[in-house]
Ligand binder design. Sequence first.
Ligand code: HEM
Length: 512
Amino acid sequence: MALLDLLETYRQPLALVAGLSLVFYLLSRLHQQWRQHRFAKENGCEPVVGKIRNYDPFFALDRLYFLGKAAKERKLLENNIKRFKDYGNTHRGQRITTPMLVTCDPQNIKTFLSLKFNDYSMGDRIQIFGPLLGHGIFTSDGEDWARSRHMIRPNFVKEQVAHLEIFEEMMDDLFALIPADGSTVDLQELFFGYTIDSATEFLCGHNVHSLKKRRSGVVDGEPDFAEAFNYSLDNISKNGRYGPLMFLNQHPKAVESHRVCQKTMDQFVDKAIKLRENAGNEKVVDETAERRYMFLYGLAQQTGDRRRIRDEVLNILLAGRDTTASLLSNMFFLLAKHPETWAKLQEEVATLEGRAPTYDQLRNMKYLKYCLNETLRLYPVVPVNSRTAIKDTVLPVGGGPDGQSPVFVAKGTAVAYSVYAMHRREDFYGPDAEEFRPERWIDLRPGWEYLPFNGGPRICVGQQYALTEAGYVTTRLAQRYSILESRDPGPWEEKLTLTLCSHNGTLVSLRH
Ligand code: HEM
């Protein structure tokens, strides 16, 4: 009642303030539009002609429904390519209320990832990944990101990633899980186990032994890190699709899984910090740390901030685990369908005369490299990605009727890019762009039109590590099994979560 009285008393001045605020808002919007118009004109920008049509012009909710349906039918990427055919290599769209530009043009991609890196941020990644990853290299921007990158980079120099004995030790577990009688095995499941074991060993000096557990069939009752990590990632990747509506995807099991992952990491971090504090005291120097370089120990030497170290390691685990496993799974799916390629790989590994390859030998195996490149071209592990403009800026192409003029990008616009569509463009890769043909790499030297590891300042920091691991596992499998046969009668179908792998796994038979 008192409030109503008050409103009544001050009705006129309040109406005046509201009116003035409205006028001020409209004038500042007009001024902003005028400034943007002038900026666009100065830079020769033309409007982008193609626009994804939505039935709901306000929130584009029909798009969400359509994406959900395409995800269920495993046709997100097929539709992605179709959209570029329908609307052009750079077109407009809408993500709930956020304006969006979508591109598969290397000139544009080079511009926002590299030339005008500082005009863009990672958008809502911290909100999506934060509950599990906190603040680390993958989830931060600006100065914070630069600090993380600076701290992590030295851990990936050649001397650190060339420790092939980690990979060799785990090959026994992998071999043991492949049926000796040539019956069908899903290699994809095994590769995911292999990479979480190797990543936890490399990063924390503590292998979570998911392959050994699978091998022995023993259930120890302990909360399982690999299982919790899988659940957390699934939940996070759904959040990514929900965007601002991610509050609809809250599950107590996700909170518990995040907790299990963080608690497990905390134990490793504490051990590394203790090692640092006791450096020089021979009695407490851990055997593992002495035996080989340990990433976590490297971080603990740079900071004593427990939470910071944990977040960084979880960030790298996320960036590094599923990616390499997906590359291996997709590649073996393709190799199993292309016996002539497997035969050529066999010839190449035969030069090692059965011995495990050294780091330099791996780097010199050309045909292996062609197979890895070709798999990453057809099935880039991170097929679609995005950035958000943090100031008014310009992209070089996509405007005007012929799509060749520069394009104005207003602050707040989401710029989505499809490496998947770009890698299949016939104008770059020829009329057989959709085919798996490793031989094309004999004389192919692509620039920004080939981008499986991203480019610019945020280029994948683990590229060499990933290629070494994938190359090593492939070589050892090719040395042991002369026959690789597909046991999947159907074509490859997408499973697109945070990374891209095969919906039906990698069903094969391997024989000597
Ligand atoms: C085949 C395997 C891999 C592929 C295709 C791949 C691809 C990528 C891509 C596309 C990005 C850019 C993401 C973005 O900025 O939005 C990235 C970033 C990153 N990758 Fe990889 N990656 C692979 C393996 C690895 C491995 C094994 C590690 C570490 C052990 C790793 C660590 C990272 C990190 C830390 C970043 C963030 C870099 C930054 O933002 O400065 N990656 N990777």
